[in-house]
Design a binder for this molecule. Structure first.
Ligand code: KIV
Ligand code: ZN
Length: 518
């Protein structure tokens, strides 16, 4: 049977990055964009170019480096936004401008436009975008709470003005599957010119229905799904890419559509996005959660041993997991490590492999068995050597009688400095030592410890989120010693904040979207 193609539009770098605290560095954005392109994403929404110099530079650089994917930037419904967006995306082999305006009664009230004035604005801005770029996407924000007749009217205007993709956003996660399908069906059936454009669906997960609503929209006729890796996104997040893609792959019998995604690359990018965004994936998350392919109960294990299909509807290998665990220990060599990393989806250059090998040997000396997750943590450990602040040594004295004491040596801009600090517990003492050596005004927003493997010798992954004058940075590190992991994660966050200080352009609100005229 020939299957209809559904385009995958990834907005991890734009809508996903809007999650509170999920800001990524320039280098991280380029890396994620490359992984998305490699896995077969059709359109990458790389950012909101007018939001800041940082966003503009990231979108331009992603556009310049793009290989196969269309690179899209977001713009509000005004000429200045659209021009800036074009300046950034025009470098791509295949550029797209995505312009939007809120069309529901609540959103129309913000710029204080009546229905006719808004219709005129849509006509003018889509025409302007189309004069710059052949590929224009238009979105009526909060479409699912817009009067359907008015929605049909403005969609027709956008199509006539030259939009090539019409995206229907469920901005606040309000719709439900039957309605989602019905709305797309109605638009396609009634709007003149609908057959000449692609309809897209863009859902948020406020009621936990984003995946179902997106698939229902496809059944209703949409041929582009907008989504993010791990469902990253504002509030409850966006539709998760891995969920819709795997649902279409596994249930082709009732949903005869295909995507161009190489699903074996899903786990790797999921882990990378979790690391750079600081948003850990919940253990029982569909497709990419740690437990998604784990079977613990006796009955399940028994069934799995007899026939994996008893309790598994997809093969772990299809999402990039190694079905079996190859134990690596201190006697393993470089070749075994390289083979294992390749199996996990990492293609490291020789010098990177050497660095990981040194860390691997160090860990294997302290730990009986090194598991897949341990290796991931080692690969992602941030020791690029470019950080301004580095941990040289740490000794913490603990006991039942407080306060705890931390003796620390840091290298700051190439010079070693040391101190002793006390605190309410070993982690507090450690953080106080960092503060004494590198005074800063950043506030600790979140401190989270996760054991990535089992046992008392497990590696702990620590994540900290810090905030300084509205800038947020997350730091992450892994070590068998939780306090050392905490110190490194804290220092990692500080280094990221320092980078952000240099790149931020104060005064521009990148989170809220306001309707300002030119
Ligand atoms: O959720 C939304 O409405 C959006 C638009 C900008 C497409 O992200
Ligand atoms: Zn959105």
């Amino acid at each position: 049977m020939t299957k209809d193609k559904v385009l995958i539009f990834d907005t991890t770098l734009r809508d996903g990055e809007k999650s509170t605290g999920a800001t990524m560095t320039h280098a991280e954005k380029l890396e994620i964009a490359e992984l998305l392109d490699d896995m077969g994403v059709d359109i990458i929404e790389a950012g909101f170019p007018i939001a800041s110099e940082g966003d503009f530079n990231a979108v331009s650089e992603i556009a310049k480096r793009s290989k196969r994917a269309t690179i899209c930037g977001l713009a509000r419904a005004n000429y200045k936004d659209i021009d800036r967006c074009w300046e950034a995306v025009k470098h791509a082999g295949s550029p797209r401008i995505h312009t939007f305006i809120g069309t529901s009664p609540l959103h129309r009230a913000i710029p204080n436009l009546d229905m006719d004035q808004m219709a005129e604005r849509i006509h003018d801005t889509v025409t302007h975008a189309r004069n710059l770029c052949d590929n224009v996407q238009w979105s009526p924000m909060d479409a699912t709470r817009t009067e359907w007749d008015y929605l049909c009217r403005v969609v027709e205007i956008a199509i006539k003005a030259g939009a090539t993709t019409i995206n229907i956003p469920d901005t606040v996660g309000y719709t439900a599957p039957a309605e989602s399908a019905e709305l797309i069906r109605k638009l396609i059936a009634t709007v003149p010119g609908a057959d000449d454009v692609i309809f897209a669906t863009h859902c948020h997960n406020d009621l936990g229905m984003a995946t179902a609503n997106s698939l229902a929209a496809v059944i209703g006729g949409a041929r582009q799904i907008e989504c993010t890796i791990n469902g990253l996104g504002e509030r409850a997040g966006n539709t998760a890419l891995e969920e819709v893609v795997m649902a279409l792959k596994i249930r082709g019998d009732i949903m005869p559509y295909e995507t161009g995604i190489d699903t074996r690359k899903i786990m790797n990018i999921s882990r990378r996005v979790a690391t750079v965004s600081g948003f850990a994936v919940q253990f029982n998350k569909a497709i990419v959660g740690k437990n998604a392919f784990a079977h613990e109960s006796g009955i399940h294990q028994d069934g799995m041993l007899k026939n994996a299909e008893t309790f598994e509807i997809m093969r772990p290998e299809d999402v990039g997991l190694s079905g079996t665990s190859l134990p690596l220990g201190k006697h393993s060599g470089r070749a075994a490590l390289r083979a294992k990393l390749a199996e996990l989806g990492f293609d490291l250059a020789d010098n990177q492999l050497n660095d990981v090998f040194v860390r691997f040997k160090d860990l294997a000396d302290r730990k009986k068995e090194v598991f897949d997750d341990d290796l991931m943590a080692l690969v992602y450990q941030n020791d690029s050597g470019e950080d301004r602040v580095k941990l040289k040594s740490l000794r913490v004295v603990c006991g039942t009688e407080g306060p705890q004491e931390a003796d620390m040596v840091l290298e700051i801009d190439g010079t070693d400095v040391k101190t002793s600090a006390t605190g309410d517990g070993p982690v507090d003492a450690t953080f106080n030592a960092v503060k004494a050596l590198f005074p800063h005004g950043a506030r600790l927003q979140l401190y989270q410890v996760q054991a990535v493997t089992e046992g008392t010798d497990a590696q702990a992954t620590v994540m900290v989120r810090m905030e300084e004058e509205g800038r947020i940075a997350t730091g992450q590190s892994a070590d068998t010693d939780t306090v050392v992991a905490s110190a490194k994660a804290y220092i990692n966050a500080i280094n990221r904040l320092l980078v952000r200080r240099e790149h931020s352009s104060p005064g521009y609100d990148t989170k809220g979207v306001s309707y300002k005229d030119n």
